[in-house]
Design a protein around this ligand. Structure first.
Ligand code: ZN
Length: 100
């Protein structure tokens, strides 16, 4: 499932509705108005954007389990193993390593 920002969608519909009404296209304006009302009845969830990060080895150059610890690239939390998500800030640890 992919989520959309229903408030932004409704605002875009409202802008189109006003534009169509202004041009005298009342059938289009009515259709968009009905669409805007329909979308407002859909169930919603509160969502936050997913934060992405990566584990930075505390000992440079050792990127496996022999490293004693890893730092979260997003919040600097230190962990003794590479979790899929940072337990401190919730970042999903799937960012690609950046070449410097
Ligand atoms: Zn973190």
């Amino acid at each position: 499932m992919k989520a959309i920002d229903v408030e932004e969608f409704a605002q875009i519909c409202l802008d189109i509705e006003k534009d169509q009404k202004g041009q005298g296209n009342y059938a289009n304006a009515l259709f968009i108005s009905e669409l805007r009302k329909m979308i407002s009845t859909f169930p919603t969830v509160d969502a936050v954007p997913v934060k992405h990060g990566r584990w930075l080895p505390v000992l440079n150059g050792i990127d496996d389990d022999t490293n004693p610890a890893f730092d979260c690239s997003e919040c600097d939390a230190m962990c003794n193993k590479k979790h899929n998500y940072c337990p401190a800030c919730g970042a999903k640890m799937d960012s690609e390593e950046q070449n410097e």
